[in-house]
Design a protein around this ligand. Structure first.
Ligand code: NDP
Ligand code: X2W
Length: 417
């Protein structure tokens, strides 16, 4: 697995007339011939202020700190809905992104407040206060993450400058068929023209289209955890398209930060419950992705559950194998499909994915098991709903759209315990 930052041996070191160090190193040569480095700790503790990123050195430089001054970041980011769970997760992830700097953050009820006052874990972030969307200055923004409730984004995006790159975390642009959107979301689509332009952003499946997109519809959390294992198996004709049964479980942050009686501690703790049985709005999104993979109509049984945990999601998927196919065929297909993917991990045979092993990270961890009923298989896939299921995948997509390495700012290891 490669490093999140260009940690490389120095290939050249010299002093410039202003006593700053100018350093050429091989990683950045892929982008520019030369970069200057930001803060460097030398063996004797001396600190040198220079521009750039992380380096290691064969000489007296031990580490360079990853901090770049905001003015040195090249892409100006707006976070719409920064006072919510996915918006604040974008802020957390971007704190370590060497190229994306936040210039605008919006909120609704919390407009006027600082991010640190709304989210004390982000108190060290030196960022402008959140403003109402109507007061946001988009002339200082190159790309936005829309972390707003369904239905809101369709209207708001219309008013944004046309040249902005947009990653929308809501479901507003995920369904290509706007009649289906109306059926499942209970309101007519307000921006059918923009829907035509939107690219569904399941990164590992649609990377090439995402690179050229202006508007990306970031997938829902359940659909991400379900499509990542099923799409390659369906494309390789290894499983039957009928009788796909998905039992999925989510942490409570999946429901957003807004206060709801059903999400009180007393309603959630010490128990689990199903919801949205047969009518959860992720059904058409899952079926759209699986139907695309098979070039035919796929339907699924999908039942989500709410778990007494803050973050995390597991999808347990029961499938029939195609005639003559074995668990080994399914396992090898997933291995081949994901061996070069940074953020999808197929465990060793028999090892069980745990949600707590992906907390806070952009990884999807999966495995496939033989059922005791011959011909059937059980697939388990886990993600952090707020990272690979939302803000992490959104950042992965914007990295691609802006021409940066897909993993930039995303190689957080999972939190444990
Ligand atoms: N939570 C998750 O795991 C996932 C969520 N998503 C989707 O991402 C989007 C954001 O979700 P999440 O962060 O959880 O939601 P939250 O409820 O936590 O945050 C919503 C944000 O939108 C703002 N907002 C609410 N109403 C309006 C409005 N009318 N105009 C402008 N801003 C408004 C809120 O501001 P304020 O708080 O100041 O009122 C807040 O900043 C949703 O569409 C959700 O479905 C997608 C994948 C996973
Ligand atoms: C626990 C919980 O309530 N989860 C949410 C899903 C969150 C998500 O992925 O997304 P979208 O809202 O963006 O589709 C739900 O079931 O509606």
């Amino acid at each position: 697995m490669s490093s999140p930052y260009p940690v490389q041996r120095l290939t050249h070191l010299q002093r410039s007339p202003e006593m700053s160090l100018r350093i050429n190193f091989s990683f950045l040569q892929r982008f520019k011939d030369e970069a200057r480095i930001s803060k460097v700790r030398t063996r004797d503790g001396e600190k040198l202020l220079i521009r750039g990123s992380v380096v290691s050195s064969p000489q007296n430089l031990q580490f360079a700190e990853t901090k770049m001054h905001k003015s040195e970041k090249t892409v100006r980011i707006g976070v719409l809905g920064a006072s919510g769970y996915t918006g604040s997760e974008i802020v957390r992830l971007l704190a370590n992104h060497p190229q994306f700097g936040i210039t605008v953050m919006t909120a609704d009820r919390k407009a006027g407040q600082s991010i640190g006052s709304v989210f004390p874990h982000l108190i060290t972030q030196d960022l402008p206060n959140m403003v109402a969307i109507k007061d946001a200055d988009f002339s200082r923004v190159d790309a936005v993450f829309c972390c707003l409730p369904h239905g809101t984004t369709q209207e708001i995006i219309r008013g944004l400058p046309k040249e902005l790159k947009i990653v929308d975390l809501s479901a507003d642009f995920r369904l290509r068929n706007i009649d289906e959107y109306e059926e499942w979301y209970g309101q007519p689509h307000k921006a059918p023209d923009l829907q035509k332009e939107a690219i569904y952003g399941l990164t590992e499946v649609s990377r090439d289209e995402i690179r050229d997109a202006r508007l990306v519809a970031n997938p829902g959390c359940y659909p991400t955890s379900i499509q990542l294992p099923l799409v390659p198996l369906i494309k390789a004709n290894l499983i039957e398209l009928r009788n796909i049964i998905i039992d999925a479980k989510s942490g409570v942050s999946g429901a957003g930060r807004g206060a709801k009686e059903a999400n009180l501690y007393t309603e959630i703790a010490e128990g689990i419950h199903s919801y949205g049985i047969t009518k959860h709005r992720h059904v058409p999104e899952i079926e759209q992705g699986l139907s695309d993979a098979s070039h035919s109509i796929v339907t699924v049984s999908f039942t989500p559950h709410l778990m007494p945990m803050s973050r995390g999601m597991q999808s347990t998927i029961y499938v029939e194998m195609a005639p003559g196919k074995t668990i080994e065929d399914l396992y090898q297909q997933l291995r081949i499909s994901y061996e070069d993917e940074e953020f999808v991990v197929l465990l060793e045979k028999g090892a069980v994915p745990h949600t707590r092993n992906v907390r806070g990270s952009n990884y999807c961890v999966m495995n496939v098991f033989p059922d005791r009923i011959p011909g059937r298989a059980i697939i388990i896939s886990v993600i952090d709903n707020l990272v690979k299921g939302a803000s992490g995948q959104a950042l992965q997509n914007l990295n691609l759209m802006m021409g940066f390495p897909e993993n930039m700012g995303l190689l957080y290891q999972p939190l444990f315990p």
